[in-house]
Ligand binder design. Structure first.
Ligand code: ATP
Ligand code: MG
Length: 318
């Protein structure tokens, strides 16, 4: 990654988790948190922990929820100079409670928080001007401020020979408007690496069937596809028609949130550091699996040494 750091642009949140399983937040209940969170923040934290040069663009409020995030990211090696501190709005938040069937109830404060209010400042322009890679989370595409930065950053980074990755990260709970869908389609056509999960592959391609979707994405110009398959591991597809599969590691799941983001952070960091696909995939599946063993969305992100120890001591699922 000699060209410059991997940059991620988007929402920075705290997550506060209900400690009991049940339906939502209609009565007083025990909560655990705040944990640093937001898919882009989890991604960039794992990228830095893996040893990749990493920087974050976003905003927090001038409050403890903000400091929970900036301190963690900085401690893990992320360049936080382009995280702005909003003087007027609080840090974004997500309260989450798991239901018995594994689905989740959320109370979000994102759109009307500092998380959604940042832009193309001199500091951001300067960071992007020396960046080598941009990673985009689909969750940021519905935020106009994030889109403004992403659109400019893609142009600058591509022009200087850098690359772009996209994790569709389309939450089923959120309905996307036409404009967000158009931004998504535009980015699919521009990205060097796509990291879909489940049916996001077909959605990104706009075509039914895995094989047809992969063919269509390569026709659109995508360079490499890392398909996340949860308990079934992950498979990377390349333009030459080859694929590499890694089964998932066998772990006890304590908190599924953040698996996909950690997978992406480790995969992008490894590929940018020059690792072959198979090695990057081993670290990425380990990062995803390790993260689900710990409560809190990014609490289980691992350093390279921690992931080496995890890989050496953990069986693959068969
Ligand atoms: P998220 O729910 O964070 O959005 P995602 O849908 O983007 O996740 P997943 O496929 O769920 O992505 O997880 C990413 C990777 O992490 C998987 O490919 C797998 O290797 C690993 N992983 C996720 N969950 C588990 C699990 N329960 N056990 C082992 N490995 C897991
Ligand atoms: Mg995901």
């Amino acid at each position: 990654d000699s060209l410059g750091p991997t940059v991620c642009v988007g929402e920075i949140l705290v997550e506060i988790v209900a400690t009991t399983i049940g339906g939502g937040f209609l009565e007083a209940q025990p909560l655990f948190g705040p944990f640093p969170s937001g898919a882009p923040a989890i991604f960039i934290d794992q990228c830095a922990r893996m040893g990749g040069a990493a920087a974050m663009v976003g905003a927090v409020g001038d409050d403890n929820f903000g400091r929970v995030n900036t301190r963690r990211l900085a401690a893990d090696g992320v360049d936080v100079s382009a995280i702005s501190i909003d003087p007027g709005l609080p840090t974004g938040s997500a309260f989450v409670r798991y239901r018995a069937d594994g689905s989740r109830d959320f109370v979000y404060n994102i759109g009307t928080s500092a998380a959604a209010r940042f832009g193309w400042t001199e500091t951001v322009r300067s960071l992007i001007g020396r960046a080598g890679h941009l990673h985009v989370m689909g969750s940021a595409l519905s935020m106009p401020a994030a889109w403004d930065v992403i659109e400019k950053a893609v142009g600058v980074i591509k022009a200087r020979g850098g690359s772009v990755s996209l994790d569709p990260n389309l939450r089923k709970e959120i309905r996307y408007d036409g404009e967000t869908e158009a931004r998504f389609a535009k980015l699919v056509g521009l990205c060097d690496l796509l990291l879909p999960s489940g049916d996001e592959l077909e959605r990104a391609a706009g075509v039914d069937g895995q094989e047809a979707a992969i063919g269509r994405l390569f026709d659109l110009g995508v360079g490499e596809i890392a398909l996340k398959q949860g308990m079934d591991g992950a498979t990377v597809f390349t333009r030459d028609g080859q694929s590499v599969h890694a089964p998932a590691f066998a772990v006890e799941e304590a908190d599924p949130t953040g698996a996909g983001d950690c997978f992406g952070g480790a995969y992008v960091a490894c590929r940018r550091l020059g690792s072959p696909i198979a090695d990057a995939l081993t670290y990425a599946t380990a990062a995803g699996a390790r993260n689900v063993t710990v409560l809190g969305p990014m609490e289980g992100a691992g350093t390279r040494a921690e992931l080496d120890a995890f890989i050496a001591s953990t069986e693959r699922r068969v």
